[in-house]
Design a protein around this ligand. Structure first.
Ligand SMILES: [Zn+2]
Ligand SMILES: [Zn+2]
Length: 205
């Protein structure tokens, strides 16, 4: 009851994309050496792990939630419920147009990644990643990037020019780019105006 009544959420426990048993904690420890404990995040409705090395150094630390970014775990708007952390797929209006995935919990949207996929040409263009400022540095951006990548694993990915925003540079330097920062749209994606003539972009994260 208490959970269902909470309207707004924060990412108290940091997130990492993945499935199965992790090999390293987000803080770099080899878990075969450090030891790891599995639990369950009732808020996120996902597996939660505790690194024993982190925990031994500072009680209460070393905890993170593992979110499966795979397409099978992404839901469309009509299947969204009130519970747990959800990756919500917003399909593009046209075949090669810009679609999105949002990371949400209840009524709170933490962030969104926008991208275009062309199946016939196997081209994927990453348009933007945004995470609301107060929810940054918790892994939301990583989850969104992994979720987009998981929808198009055998595609040729390109991205918009990186620009000079130090926050965006640091983000991609940490997470790893999906492809070159030089968009390479197919004719369908050009027709769908996925990449505007002027490559001036804001809100990179
Ligand atoms: Zn650790
Ligand atoms: Zn195409």
């Amino acid at each position: 009851m208490t959970g269902a009544n909470r309207q707004w959420h924060t990412l108290e426990v940091p997130l990492r994309p993945g499935t199965g048993t992790p090999a390293r904690c987000p803080w770099g420890h080899d878990l075969a050496v450090a030891g790891v404990r599995q639990g369950w995040s009732q808020d996120y409705r996902s597996p939660e792990w505790t690194c024993e090395a982190c925990h031994a150094l500072s009680a209460g630390s070393g905890v993170w939630a593992m979110i499966d970014p795979g397409p099978a775990r992404q839901v469309t708007e009509d299947h969204v419920d009130e519970y747990g952390l959800r990756l919500v797929l917003l399909r593009p209006p046209t075949a090669a147009g810009i679609g999105a995935i949002q990371l949400r919990m209840g009524h709170t949207t933490f962030g969104e990644i926008r991208f275009s996929l062309c199946g016939p040409d196997r081209r994927a263009v990453l348009v933007s990643v945004e995470v609301e400022e107060k929810h940054r540095r918790r892994g939301a951006g990583r989850i969104l990037v992994a979720a987009a990548r998981a929808r198009a694993t055998r595609y040729h990915w390109t991205m918009l020019p990186l620009g000079e925003d130090p926050v965006a540079v640091a983000f991609w330097a940490t997470v790893g780019a999906l492809g070159p920062h030089n968009p390479h749209p197919c004719t369908h994606q050009i027709d769908a105006q996925v990449v505007p003539a002027e490559s001036r972009w804001t809100q990179w994260w």
